[in-house]
Design a protein around this ligand. Structure first.
Ligand code: PMV
Length: 342
């Protein structure tokens, strides 16, 4: 049996605007997804979060073809609702699709048994689906003897993510695959994925993550909601997020903690104006800011994870404790996909 793991991720800045080709800074985090994988005739899924399932290989490739067709239709009409509805028909579907795409890419003639255990909260802006996509892509390649590079694993994971989310930027899977910190920009013909800050400033030891609960809406739905905003309202805010991302990069380079905090707080304001925050997150962000720190939602928003920072971690922890939600050390810059056991 082979065990593979990949980390979750958080956007330090640039979620949503990254969908429109603006840059984002994304960090891998300490929580990981683990997959035990072995060869099997069929495709067998075991997951506490998604349930169990067993399908024949032919059936899995049929599902893979069906969702690929639905994706093409969604892409040509800019409306992925038929795809999302189909994916929702079975709780295990995201894992079946991941297995189908990964096995096809690995050119396998056989199935796979996958036991998935993830520490990453689902649908909470921490790349839970990307970490699964990356681990399953790597697992299928490993057990069928394909020596895929990280770039190839990432491209398989991106195919899976497209079926899960419609037209994602590709930033999430890249952070989960490469790990560390990345500067990411969606570009044709090739995305820019630049490892960033080999030596992360010490302030990164002081970032905490708080989970306010799973959002009702999916990433795809929240991305669509931003797309549906009038252009005259949406574009200036995306441009501000782009400017803030560059400002954060500069502040990080100069180890300018106040500059980093301002970029985070201003990004939260923009995301809130774009309608992807919640009253609860806005309140927590404002309390952290009033304490002299910085906080913003992570990923698609609508709930989920809040990235929080304060030079005085103990003061910040006191404040977060009062919210009643779970919080923990972010462990930003964690290692990317790796083999735990061969
Ligand atoms: O909520 P998550 O972890 O799926 O992150 C989504 C990030 C977005 O920028 C909103 C979408 C994307 O594809 O980059």
């Amino acid at each position: 049996m082979t065990t593979i793991s990949a980390p979750g991720k958080v956007h330090l800045i640039g979620e949503h605007s990254v969908v429109y080709g603006k840059p984002a800074i994304i960090a891998a985090v300490g929580l990981r997804c683990h997959v035990d994988a072995e060869k099997s005739d069929n495709v067998i899924i075991e997951s506490a979060d998604f349930g169990n399932a067993e399908y024949g290989l032919e059936e899995i490739f049929e599902i893979e073809k069906k969702v690929a067709d639905l994706w093409k239709k969604g892409n040509s009409t800019n409306n992925f609702s038929a795809l999302f509805e189909y994916v929702k028909t079975d709780k295990t579907m995201p894992l079946l699709i991941s297995a189908g795409v990964a096995l096809k890419k690995a050119g396998s003639k056989g199935g796979i048994k996958l036991k998935i255990k993830s520490e990453i909260p689902i649908g909470s802006g921490m790349g839970s689906s990307s970490a699964i996509a990356v681990t399953i892509s790597k697992a299928a390649a490993e057990i069928y003897g394909r020596e895929f590079s990280k770039e190839e694993i990432n491209s398989t994971a991106f195919e899976i993510e497209k079926i899960n989310h419609g037209n994602p930027s590709g930033g999430d899977n890249s952070a989960c695959c490469y790990g560390g910190f990345i500067w990411f920009q969606k570009k044709q013909p090739k995305n820019i994925i630049t490892p960033f800050m080999a030596n992360a400033p010490e302030i990164f030891d002081k970032f905490l993550l708080l989970n306010v609960g799973r959002p009702v809406k999916t990433t795809g739905e929240l991305v669509q909601a931003v797309r549906d905003l009038p252009e005259g309202f949406r574009i200036p805010r995306l441009l501000t997020l782009e400017k803030l991302t560059h400002e954060m990069k500069e502040a990080l380079g100069k180890k300018d903690t106040n500059g980093v905090k301002d970029a985070i707080n201003d990004a939260q304001q923009m995301l809130s104006e774009l309608g992807v925050s919640t009253d609860k997150i806005d309140k927590i962000a404002s309390d952290v800011r009033n304490l002299g720190g910085a906080a913003k939602l992570c990923g698609a928003g609508g709930g989920g994870t809040v990235l929080c920072f304060h030079e005085n971690s103990e003061e910040l922890k006191k404040l977060l404790k009062k919210t009643g939600f779970a919080y923990w050390d972010a462990e930003l810059g964690a290692e990317g996909v790796r083999i735990e056991r061969l």
